[in-house]
Design a protein around this ligand. Structure first.
Ligand SMILES: Cc1ncc(COP(=O)(O)O)c(C=O)c1O
Length: 318
């Protein structure tokens, strides 16, 4: 029988060996464990506003919110993802990214009629455009200033630019200043001490912008900073109100040094060829697995120490 993959819907109870591969598997025990770690850790005022870049599913995002320790809201990278999440019943969304085109800003405004919508800005022109389009739509959009602490992507680089944007937000109609946001990253598998030093240094840069905005007489309700590697570090810093963990829910070998989290998102593959005694070829390739990141690339469950030197579009070589 040929399987049309577009309509391929394995039935509940299908044995794992009978699934077509490559196939994404969500190990629910590990997923619940990861959400549980956050629920147990975030018992104070700091909460998780999970970044749903990997979940992509309102069902899973609602599951995450209900498990606890969360702000009750989420982050989405894009307007289209926010649309899906709102359709799935989520009512508090931060887009920790810049949205600049009129079409997307109009869509963002439509969402603001159904949910508490916040977006990050880094430049006055973008803020003016949001204000104008929100006025035309008769809605109010929440604004956070993004601080570029280390990623070299969108975000202000100077504290005074953050203060300037907060003041401009207050002066413009249909936008409401809500706070500041930053996201950072660590390379490799750092020690706990390195993680603490890096995390504190970068999150503090975001807090410095918050302090300067408050010193200018503007109140800051949200400081959204920190991610999986810094989920505890950021939460222990005075002033942080929420953390944007993304990877922890499904986990990733890149963050395999976070041993409190378990691998929940997995790919099931099939060995399609064994050219010799030391090499096997699998059907999980670049299209399923993305890239290999140096020595912290994919691992094969149950086979420790396996190396995956090549990923082709449709195949992997061990
Ligand atoms: C703005 C922002 N916040 C949070 C995250 C989540 O980071 P992590 O997956 O390291 O938890 C990301 C990840 O891409 C991000 O871009």
């Amino acid at each position: 029988m040929t399987v049309n993959m577009d309509n391929y819907t394995p039935q509940p109870g299908t044995p794992i060996e009978e699934l077509e591969t490559p196939c994404f598997i969500l190990d629910m025990d590990s997923f619940e464990h990861n959400l549980g770690v956050v629920a147990e850790t975030y018992t104070s005022t700091v909460k998780m506003r999970a970044h749903t870049k990997n979940l992509k599913s309102p069902f899973l995002a609602n599951y995450q919110i209900k498990t606890g320790g969360t702000s009750g809201g989420i982050c989405t990278a894009k307007v289209s993802e926010a649309e899906v999440m709102i359709e799935g019943g989520i009512t508090d969304i931060l887009i920790p990214n810049q949205i600049v085109t009129p079409d997307k800003l109009n869509r963002l405004c439509s969402l603001a009629r159904r949910a508490d919508i916040k977006v990050c800005i880094a430049e006055p022109q973008n803020l003016q455009d949001i204000s104008r389009i929100a006025s035309e739509n008769d809605v109010t959009i929440g604004i956070l200033v993004e601080v570029d602490t280390s990623m070299d992507r969108g975000g202000i680089r100077q504290v005074e630019d953050g203060v300037g944007l907060a003041k401009l937000t207050q002066a413009l109609p249909n936008v409401e200043f809500r706070g500041v946001m930053s996201h950072q990253h660590v390379d490799g598998w750092p020690t706990l001490e390195e993680r603490v030093n890096i995390g504190r240094k970068y999150v503090q840069m975001c807090l410095d912008v918050k302090d300067a905005i408050e010193a200018a007489g503007i109140s800051v309700d949200i400081v959204s900073s920190g991610e999986t590697f810094s989920y505890k570090i950021a939460a222990e810093m005075d002033g942080v109100t929420e953390v944007e963990g993304g990877t922890y829910a499904f986990m990733d070998t890149m963050l395999g040094f976070m041993d409190e989290f378990r691998y929940a998102g997995k790919l099931l593959g099939t060995v399609v060829s064994k050219p010799n005694a030391n090499v096997v070829i699998g059907d999980v390739g670049l299209r399923s697995l993305c890239t290999i990141n140096g020595e912290y690339g994919p691992s094969v469950e149950g086979v420790p120490g396996i190396k995956i030197p090549h990923l082709h579009h449709h195949q992997m070589t061990h």
